[in-house]
Every structure is written in structure tokens, then in C-alpha cells.
Design a binder for this molecule. Sequence first.
Ligand code: DHB
Length: 391
Amino acid sequence: IRTRVAIVGAGPAGLFLSHLLAGAGIESIVIDNRTREQIETTIRAGILEQGTVEVLDSIGEHSRARTVGHRHDGIELRFAGAGHRIDFQKHVGRSVWLYPQHEVLKDLLAARTAAGQDIRFGVTADHVEGADTATPVVFATDAEGQPLEIEADFVVGADGSRSVVRAAVTGSSTGGYFREYPFAWFGILCEAPPSADELIYSNSPDGFALISQRSDTVQRMYFQCDPEADPAALSEEQLWEELQKRVPGTTLKEGHIFQRDILRFRSFVAHELRHGRAALVGDAAHTVPPTGAKGMNLAIADVLVLNKALQALLLEGDERLLDEYAEVASQRIWKAQHFSWWMTSMLHVAPDASDFDRRRQLGELRTVVESEAGQTYLAEAYTGWPLAVGL
Ligand code: DHB
């Protein structure tokens, strides 16, 4: 089959790109190896930058971020037994929205389906050929196990951290700048009311915890754990004990824990983001550790940049913006890499941390919360830097 833009991956990046391209009259096909139900129910990130909410407004009534989501005007940084509020509105006049990624996906899928977008679920991309030609091809296998070839003017890898498009862009499936962390997050979902009005990022001698939320009745919480931890090994009672001791000075509202998972911590940026007629966006291009909630927001920012470049290429035959894609996207990517690494290193306790490291870390936290500049930096980064390219 033939299309103008073949988009591999029906996550936030791929679906949002199909929406923007359609708005410019550019037809695309989106494929994903998962079912629609899997996409709509997998629990992922939870925080949208203000700029992300603003651009998602472009999908119209289907976007429920402002109606179902909750605006948050700050977070609490907790350490040495005391909480310190970072007031986003006061420092940068901006906010974030607590709105789970799978809800964003439901909205995008509803909007794209209503617009007649060709989205094919259960289709597994195998590899891409011809990125150096004017007609790159995605070789895939459809839901019935039959081969499917999609010939396009351009191929976009929005296919996540295990991207198969990446090899056509970087020459290998792994090539990139990479960092591992010696800890992970143990994530839970529980049936309980919120323990606080805003999210709590807590540093404690026992490690980090994040007290997040999902709704009035369901809460999301994480605590620092060993990357090899077995999510089934602890009882509910033990999990509450682990969480409570990481937020000294706060009493968490407990309830039945109905889901648990382990989140790996990695920083990754592919060596190349574009090669010929193929480009990477979102997790296919980069991974950030979750602290600071930059992942999905960064994916949307990449898409805004690539969208304009593809419009120039496909509507006017102008390659100049495409030639700038990697450089423009990289600037935000590396700022987000730094912020995510910084929040992670400032709040977690490394397994080999010395007494010096521990005290230096408390000094760093105090530097941030006692400084207008420090609070402003955190607020600016957390709520999202201005977008380089708009709708
Ligand atoms: C959530 C995840 C994050 O990484 C974060 O920084 C804030 C919130 C969440 O899943 O709710």
C-alpha cells in the first residue's frame, strides 16, 4: 500500500503527528503492534506541561485534559522531615495538568477515528528500507500474519524505546548516548483518597518516594527500589511500610493496592534523529528517567518540530526545515535530559552514597528551596520551556 507518511507507533507522538499532518492535508497511515485496548489501558505517565495541554486543545472537544484532568500549580519537595512547596504560578505563572497518558491516548484515538484516520492495530513493523531514496518502505506483518509493505514519501519512527525504525536512522538499533541508574521505581496504584493536594517528591535516608494521584479515589505512588526487585515479593502491608518510611512527616492515606510494576531508569538519546526520508520522535529518539515527568511532553515537542518540517518537504518540496529537525529537537531533548537527571540525582539515594554525598544532597535541596532562582528554575523546567515550534 501507498501513503504519504508512514507512522510506526500509535502512542502520543504518532497519533498527534497524524492529527497535525491531516490538518495540513497530508495523508498518513499509523501502525502499531498492540491492540487498541492495550493502548488505551496501559498505565504510563501522568503529568502534562501547560504547553502540551495547549497544543492538545487542537484536537477539539475530544481533549478532556482540562475537564477530566486536574490543574496543579505546584509540587512539594520533601526532605529532612519537612515539606517545601514550589509554587509554579508564583514563579513562572504556569501550571501542569495531572492527566494520565492512557486518557490522552483515548482522546487522540477518538479524535483520529472520528476524522477517518487509517490506524492499523496488531501490525508489527519489521524493518525499514530505502531511507536514502524518495520512497522508503516499511516492511511489516499484519494482524493475520500476512506481510504488509507500506511505501511512503517519509517514514516516522514513533515506536517507542524498542524502536525498529531506529536502525534505518542510526544504522543500528541501539546506537546512542546512554546512561543507566543503579535504582528503579516500584510503582503502585491503590484505592484511596489523595494524601495531599499536590504531588510530593520526597528524599529520605531510605530513598526516594513520589506521591502522585490519578483521581479522587485512585492514587499512584512510587518508591525507589533495586532494579532487580520482584514486584510480587512484598505484601500490601510491607508496601505501605516502605512508602510511609520514605515520606517522614507525612501520613499517607492507605487503601487496597491493585496494581504494581517496576520502572527501569535510563537516559538515552539516539546518535541520529533523522536520516534521509526517515526520522525518530518520542521514546524511539530518547528516553528520560521518570523523575520530573518529561517523557510524553518531550514526545509532543518533537512532533511539533517534525510536523512543520514534513509540511515544508511534502507541500513545497523544501528540505531546509527537515535538515534542521535534529538540531532543533536536540536542544529541548538535552535540556530535558539534564532536568530529569538532575531531579533524579538530587532526590534518590545511590546505593553507594557516602555520608558526604548524603549531606551534599541535602545542601543541594536546601539551595533550591531557599532560593528564588532555584525555585524558578525548577518551576520553569517542570511546567515546560517555551516550545520552539508551535502548531
Ligand atoms: C507521575 C510520574 C512522574 O514521573 C512524575 O514526575 C510525576 C507524576 C505519575 O505517574 O503520576
